[in-house]
Design a protein around this ligand. Sequence first.
Ligand code: PLZ
Length: 445
Amino acid sequence: MNFGPDLPQKREVVTEIPGPNSKALADRRKAAVSSALGAAVPIYADRAGGGVIVDVDGNSFIDLGAGIAVVNVGNSAPKVVEQLAEQAHKLTHTCFMVAGYEPYIEVCEHLNRLTPGDYDKHSALFNSGAEAVENAIKIARAHTGRNAVVAVEHAYHGRTNLTMALTAKNMPYKHSFGPFASEVYRVPTSYPLRDELDGPQAAERAIARIEAEVGATNLAAVIIEPIQGEGGFIVPAAGFLPAMAQWCTDNGVVFIADEIQTGFCRTGEWFACDHEGVVPDLITTAKGIAGGMPLAAVTGRAEIMDSVHVGGLGGTYGGNPVACAAALGAIATMEEQDLAGRAQQLGTLMMDRLNALAEKFDVIAQVRGRGAMVAIEFAEPGTLKPLPDLPKALAARCTQEGVVILTAGTFGNVIRLLPPLVISDELLIEGLDVLADALAAELSA
Ligand code: PLZ
């Protein structure tokens, strides 16, 4: 039997999609699993590795989603599996607040070393991205003694009560789940395709709103994804992030970079903040940190991280030893294989091909992104009116042809590409060709 990374790196559809085994699982799912959980593709995965996902019917799909930017090092990456298996044989759980263990401390050491800023840093580990965001806000409030938090338009920070309040989009994340946490304010961001502002102007607009509607002295934190993920891979205009960070510094406000989707080599640097030399006070990470195991972190200035009373942060499973061992394997893989450099190469390849596609199809309003985090926004030619049905139809066509592709965007009109960073050029190019054919077919349908 082939394990993940040994799987033949090929696209091969051998049954109808979904095949009989996937259909049988869909029936069992219907009977056993809450229908509240969505599914981007109708197939059920059996194995995955490199740039492919093989389903329970033996169909081999090119993976252009990496489980939403999680398996940057590939599925079942050798070092991840090796280290987590070894750890699992030694110790699966004590609870870090009961009895500590080395892998937790070692992950924190790596985070303190790799995240932006050369000041003294401390970290704390959690289970999910949303939990990391919640804790970053708790820390910022404890540190400043202030309550208010500012998030920006198109933001995504999670599905828990506080993070739903921070998240912008109603459907499917917030609808019917209110009331939401209080003292959360939303201000405009920088969305170069849809506003006419350069980075400093967009920051000035956001800051004016904060000063008028919240007041700096009430504000604990500003939280921003340096490139917005679920919101549609919105890359702010140059200068926006540095100006926001500077204003926070000048006003004693904690600047939190949510790098849960952008982190760990995805954008061609270790973190997206690195592209503009932005140094956040706190940074939240998850997803790519542990090669698929649930782990998340808050890292930041030691004096901010330590401003919470002893015992004020924690949780039963946060920084579980097996997840930490996986993170150590993932981080070693990223360093040894220079996956940040690889993300840059993949990005160039995707941008070149997609820009050529944009020349041909006027429904493509913009191709954008950084490194291996690239998106296409679709809009009615000449108007920027979002075309939300098109990405959905394209993703469905791609699945039929053996390519897994994800959508995004506040308006649902974005296709996003997030291949595992260990995918081959050949496979990525083949995936992009399938997407191009799907677009041509859809537009002529
Ligand atoms: N912050 C920037 O991208 C997770 C959401 C998938 P969790 N994004 C994928 C879905 O539909 O639930 C995300 C993110 C940013 C926070 C989060 C939340 O991370 O690990 O899903 O809690």
